[in-house]
Each structure stands twice: as C-alpha cells, then as structure tokens.
Ligand binder design. Sequence first.
Ligand code: DGL
Length: 271
Amino acid sequence: MDNRAIGVFDSGLGGLTAVQALRRLLPDEDVVYFGDTGRVPYGTRSAETILRYALQDLRFLMAHSLKCVVVACGTVSSVALPQLQQAVQAPVLGVIDSTVRAAAAATRNGRVGVIGTNATIRSETFQRGLLAINPELLVPARACPLLVPLVEDGRFAPGATVTELLVQEYVAPLLAQDIDTLILGCTHYPLLTDIFRAACGPQVALIDPGHETVRDLRALLQETGGLREAGTPGTERYYVSDSAQNFLQHAGMFLGGPVQGEATRVDIENY
Ligand code: DGL
C-alpha cells in the first residue's frame, strides 16, 4: 500500500487526457497535476529548452509527496526522459514504452504510423521504440505542428472544419503507406479521436499514449503493492504556470468531465 499521490505533468492541457485515464482506471489514487500553460507549446522548441522546462516542472512536482511521476507529454517523453529519470529518486514514467508496445501488438500488417509535435518526430524516439520491438515494422512518421494550437483553442469536435481538413492532410501520406495502426503521439491528439477516426477509417487502430501508460502504471502498482488504500475516492490538485481561471474554463473538455479540486498558479521559473 502506498498512499502518496501520483504526479502528472505536461506542457499544458494535453496531459489531462492521462488524468482522464487515471480517473477511469485508478479512481482511488490522489493526483497532483502541473500544466505549464504559460510556456506551452514545447513541441516547437529546441531539445535544450524542453529539457530545462521539464526539469523545472519535475522539481516543482517533487516538492509534493509523490510515489511516481507520469510525464504525460509525448514531446518531453521523446526528448528528455532519461535526464528526468536521473534527476530524482522517484520512478518517472514517460509515454513512449507503453505506447509502442500497444501499437506493435495492435498492427496486423506491420505498418504503424506515428504523428506528434515537431520535436517528437525529429527525435525519432517512437520510431526507434517500435523498431526495437520489431525491426520488420514500417514506421512512417509525420509532424503535425498545427494541431496543438487548434486543440487548445477548443476546435476538436467533428464539424471543426479547419481541424478536419488539416487532419486529412496530415494523415494522407501515412494512409498512402497502408498503415493499419496510428500512434497519436501527443497527449493533445486523443481529443481529436473522432476526427482521426473519420479521416483514417475504422480499419486503422488509434493508439492513445496517456491511456496506454496509465494501464501499464496500474499493472505496475498492482504488482508492487503500490496502490492507495481503497475506500475513499482519490483527490485531484492542479497547478498551472498561467491563469488558473483560464485553466478551469478549458480543463473540463480535456478531462471529459468537471475539474475536481483546486487550481493554483505557480511561478515555475523559481524551480
Ligand atoms: N501535449 C504535448 C505532447 O504530448 C504537446 C504540446 C506541446 O507542443 O507543448 O507532445
């Protein structure tokens, strides 16, 4: 039994799709979330800047009593995970390993598409992870830099014409390579699942990194006796580096339900 909270962070709101999975799969766990809403997006920045930001995010979270930290950001997981794991004693989980395992298991024809931010695709971390599991896989990849701003702007439901057109354009070269599995390699993208489903068709499996990571985390906590004592529902605390008011206005869409718990602004440059 371990009653300490699970820390989760992202460059902004995208990591809330992992919190949504935590609510579903580990409802008894306490969660402390940090979203770097003042500095989002990370995906257009250099690896050095992403590492510097991510270390600050991690240091802030570690000021709480945590049993582990989930890096609920494809970009940070791709670019900076080993350095984060070395920086603290607590286990730090990225989204890459669980996601590539799920994708490699899902594909039938060995063609797995990968999409993500510029930094994620440039790092080739997802692609290397897939090929480490099965060197025979074909792993076409494409950066989709315009999707995060559209999602943050609330344009993710079917009928958001600009988003629909962009998604069609982004996935077209991957579909032309006959992929049957697509890694939504940024935690913002699962909000676009309906639009991706329409663009890719029902035959393409869509892999959600937050969901896959939380599923593995649940198995890990079960195996190691690390679950929180059952009986009372878990609590949630939110921290952001920009307006808490703005966060509260938008977070519900990412969580798939109302924010439970307080949201507080922090000065992340102090960490
Ligand atoms: N949610 C982040 C990810 O998973 C991307 C957003 C950003 O560019 O900051 O990659």
